[in-house]
Design a protein around this ligand. Structure first.
Ligand code: HEC
Length: 163
């Protein structure tokens, strides 16, 4: 079962949704490492759906964990945010890839790949290393994992934690 469906079911939101809109949108497989075209189309969907009532700044100002984004998007739908299930899926991809927090010492493989924009091999190397010795900080992560994109880590400093 993929992350979205399990998060969705475990939080019991099905009952709240009635129409099952998000069940459809969150039921698609997660692609793992993003490619450029997906990033831009997911960003386009987010701008289209999420900047109708407020600017995108409010979205970019508040990194959250994935479940919290799920709840926020549901709250926005309750307020009137409109889009197709596919568009909401793209919005969740955008939030996962660009605005989701990660605890490097505990996150699962998919979260490491998606949030850190890491290859599967690099994410697996992170998991192996932290099992032996947890990462101390970003400098530790950067020096241990040369496969990570420094520019990505730099823009995401405030979202990357070591607990
Ligand atoms: C129908 C209008 C509407 C749309 C469309 C909308 N929002 Fe909002 N949003 C609001 C309102 C009103 C508030 C302020 C109330 C509040 O703070 O919860 C808000 C506040 C927020 C906040 C700050 C409060 C929090 O919960 O962190 C975030 C983040 C946010 N929206 C994200 C989004 C995202 C992501 C989307 C696109 C899926 C979106 N919004 C689309 C109406 C909307």
């Amino acid at each position: 079962m993929n992350r979205r469906v399990s998060a969705y079911v475990s939080r019991g939101l099905a009952a709240l949704l009635g129409g099952g809109l998000l069940l459809a949108s969150f039921g698609l497989p997660v692609t793992g490492q993003p490619v450029a075209t997906e990033v831009s189309s997911s960003e386009t969907a987010a701008v289209k759906i999420c900047s109708g009532c407020h600017t995108m700044q409010i979205v970019m100002d508040t990194p959250k964990d994935y479940d919290a984004w799920h709840d926020t998007v549901q709250a926005m739908i309750n307020r009137g945010a409109q889009g197709t299930p596919d568009e909401f899926d793209l919005v969740m991809d955008f939030l996962f890839q660009d605005m989701t927090t990660v605890d490097v010492n505990h996150a699962d493989l998919e979260a490491l790949m998606t949030v850190l924009h890491a290859s599967q091999a690099t994410a697996e190397a992170i998991m192996a290393r932290r099992a032996a010795r947890p990462f101390k900080d970003l400098a530790d992560l950067e020096s241990t994992e040369p496969g990570l994109d420094r520019a990505v880590l730099d823009t995401k400093k405030r979202m990357i934690f070591f607990q």
